[in-house]
Design a protein around this ligand. Structure first.
Ligand code: ADP
Ligand code: MG
Length: 701
């Protein structure tokens, strides 16, 4: 990374971005320390941290600052940072040294205990103090760095607590707290590391190299070196490494990794095959259509990563709470240490000890870390099941959905329309009418257009693309063929253009040179699972289901009845869909709109959650919606809502667990029934429990 994008600028600024990995950044206090350390550096523009990914995104002026200066600055805090694409230097040495110290400290504790049992109180105290000192080397280093950047982190609090215990003569207590703290931190880091790996593994789908066919030879080539038009061989059972078109061979491909849909998809020459999918029994030769960084999979991973970096409102709430919580507990600790002894003449040592326990409890780590782990786990699980949710915020809104609006064509119906009849009203033969219509429609992405063009091709009617093609969303399309304007579309379009059409005909009309030439009847089938999806949505507490369509009223009524919707609105233009969505929201609450086409984009934007049918091809949908169903499977909608609800429950449980533990220990500490080591255990225990609980979301099906 650290790619500089030079700008033409006389004062010589060189804007650059770098992504670092930071070892030791596990809690929000460390982020504050890093920011305080980096912000004063000249040339630094912005820093943003991704706690779960342990990544730091830095924008800086490369004319004034280098990445190595930043790395050194962070090194002084006791954390280690390196550019993401570089291997960390001497990885593991630190960890090993730390462990040797912890073991030595444990040994010293054992010896101290033995001496104490033998009645050697003084020697035991010396050994236990030594144990605390040895085990405390690493926390102390971090604590100093934190104090220097004027923050209190868990290390600072621990060091104060341990020093206090030593002063109070609680030698065994001090030594065991240091020892437990080291083990606790190790456990916490390990749990988080496991979380990171579990989440990453879900998305790590594509191989690193491919078998390239070149001049009769085959060799393995790293993906980055493969260019457009190269030919690669995908053996049976192999993972497809890049997006490409089949030029030779045929077979079934499992697209589940991309779409969550495990039914194999038939691929023959001319079909597109996607990176990350799994080849079945046939051998395929693919011609590469997209470079490694542009594949569908790469874009999905990018979207998921961006989604993970975006913050859900509940997360900001937790962070705000944590920011008040820690100072409040610290103030309480100070009061507990001072007020009873000074004002009430109570025993100072007793109350100072209780204050030290409060110090340990004041760390909000479990609380802060659990929410992002829950949300990221949920986003990853969803992606794995073919539902791309573009941020934690949408999970929250998904959980609150009360009304669902479905687009008809291509969403509730399969969108693979078939032409069932071509009727002429003029002297032209049916084949001629179809020829003109197909010339226009061959350039349309609308299911109606595609069906007409496809039908012409299947009937061996030559299709020459029309000039001046214009899509008229919600109405039809027009173009110019042999100097004549050709119009294809619905009643509404023809009424607008003042062309009379016969009544009661389903399908679309065709006009050539402003005169009605004929009509084309089309049939569409509802998706098999549409009805079941609607039922499940209702079971999830969705109160109203509405069908919105640009198609005719009778077609809308039929499909609404078939899938069991409450209401249908027909003949809508894109802007009218948008307005309708707005008023339905006001009436029923949080609204989810599902659509497939460009004509649905305004409505998707107006909805609380815009869901696009995102299966192979329609990139527009992927980019514009809040959620994309990669497999076009409507049953994924109730799944998404269920997952969202489970996530919100999970977050609430976690917040409750960590708050309850804190509250219990707060009371116990003041009452004097909690010891330092119990507080340390409770703190880590809470982190491990909540992260473990959050990871359960990865398995939601
Ligand atoms: P829906 O809202 O059900 O997805 P659209 O808004 O995409 O439907 O289209 C509404 C109607 O407009 C279609 O039923 C069809 O009659 C007409 N239409 C849209 N695009 C075209 C086209 N390219 N060719 C012919 N008719 C079209
Ligand atoms: Mg549609």
């Amino acid at each position: 990374m650290a790619v500089a994008e030079p700008v033409a600028c006389p004062t010589c600024e060189l804007h650059a971005e770098a992504v670092f990995r930071v070892e030791g950044m596990d809690c929000s206090e460390e982020v504050v320390i890093l920011e305080r350390r980096l912000k004063p550096l000249e040339g630094l523009e912005s820093v943003s941290a991704d706690l779960l990914g342990q990544r730091l995104h830095v924008k800086y002026d490369a004319a004034k600052l280098t990445t190595s200066v930043m790395v050194d600055a962070v090194g002084q805090t006791g954390m280690r940072m390196w550019l993401e694409h570089e291997e960390p230097a001497a990885s593991g040495a630190d960890v090993r040294r730390r462990w040797r110290l912890v073991l030595a400290s444990g040994g010293a504790i054992g010896a101290g205990l033995a001496l104490s049992a033998a009645g050697q109180a003084a020697a035991s105290a010396v050994l236990l103090t030594l144990a605390a000192a040895i085990g405390g080397v690493f926390p102390a280093r971090r604590a100093v760095a934190a104090v220097r950047s004027r923050t209190l982190d868990i290390n600072t609090l621990m060091v104060i607590a341990v020093a206090g215990a030593l002063v109070l003569g609680e030698f065994l207590e001090a030594a065991t707290v240091v020892f437990l703290f080291a083990i606790a931190q190790w456990l916490e880091v390990r749990t988080l590391e496991r979380a990171r790996q579990a989440i990453h593994a879900l998305l790590d789908l594509s191989p690193r190299d491919a078998l390239v066919r070149h001049g009769g030879h085959e060799h393995r080539v790293p993906l980055e070196e493969i260019g457009l038009g190269d030919e690669i061989i995908v053996r049976p059972g192999d993972k497809v490494p890049l997006d490409g078109r089949v030029v030779q061979g045929a077979g079934d491909v499992n697209e589940a990794p991309l779409t969550g849909e495990s039914r194999p998809v038939d691929k023959r020459p001319g079909d597109e095959v996607y990176a990350g999918t799994i080849n079945g029994r046939g051998a395929l030769v693919l011609r590469i259509t997209r470079l490694a960084r542009d594949t569908r999979l790469a874009r999905i991973i990018h979207l998921v990563e961006t989604a993970q970096a975006s913050r859900a409102p509940v997360q900001s709430f937790v962070d705000r709470f944590a920011r008040i919580y820690t100072p409040a507990v610290l103030a309480l600790a100070l009061a507990v240490a001072l007020v009873p002894p000074l004002a009430l003449g109570a025993d100072a040592a007793t109350w100072i000890y209780r204050a030290l326990v409060l110090l340990v409890i004041s760390c909000p780590c479990a609380l802060v870390i659990s929410t992002p782990v829950s949300i990221v786990s949920a986003l990853s699980a969803a992606a794995r099941n073919g539902v791309l949710v573009k941020g934690g915020a949408f999970l929250e809104r998904l959980g609150a959905v009360r009304i669902v609006a479905f687009d008809k064509t291509g969403t509730l119906t399969r969108g693979d329309l078939r032409v069932v009849d071509v009727v002429t009203t003029d002297a032209l033969p049916a084949a001629e009418v179809l020829h003109y219509a197909a010339a226009v429609e061959s350039q349309s992405e609308h299911p109606v257009g595609r069906a007409i063009a496809e039908h012409a091709r299947a009937s061996a009617i030559p299709v020459h693309p029309a000039a001046r093609f214009t899509a008229l969303p919600g109405l039809g399309a027009e173009g110019e063929v042999r100097g004549q304007t050709v119009l294809v579309g619905n009643e509404r379009l023809f009424a607008e253009r003042g062309i009379a059409v016969p009544d009661g005909k389903a399908g679309v009309f065709v006009a050539i040179g402003g005169r009605l030439a004929g009509s084309i009847a089309l049939a569409d089938r509802p998706r098999e699972t549409a009805r079941e999806a609607v039922e499940l949505l209702r079971a999830q507490g969705v109160r109203r289901i509405v069908v919105v369509t640009g198609d005719r009223d009778d077609a809308a009524r039929a499909i609404a009845a078939e899938v069991g919707a409450d209401e249908h609105r027909a003949g809508l233009l894109p802007a009218e869909k948008h307005t309708l969505v707005g008023s339905l929201r006001e009436q029923y609450g949080t609204l989810l709109m599902v659509g497939d086409g460009i004509n649905d984009a305004p409505a998707l934007a107006a909805a609380d959650v815009g869901v696009a049918m995102g299966a192979a091809g329609s990139d527009v949908a992927l980019e514009t919606a809040d959620v994309a169903l990669m497999s076009d499977e409507l049953l994924r909608l109730p799944y998404a809502i269920r997952l969202a609800r489970a996530t919100l429950r999970n977050v609430r449980t976690n917040v409750a667990i960590s708050l309850a533990l804190k509250a219990a220990f707060l009371v116990m500490a003041i009452a004097g029934s909690a010891t330092l080591w119990m507080a340390v255990l409770a703190d880590t225990g809470a982190s491990v429990i909540v992260v473990g609980n959050a990871l359960r979301l990865l398995r939601t099906r």
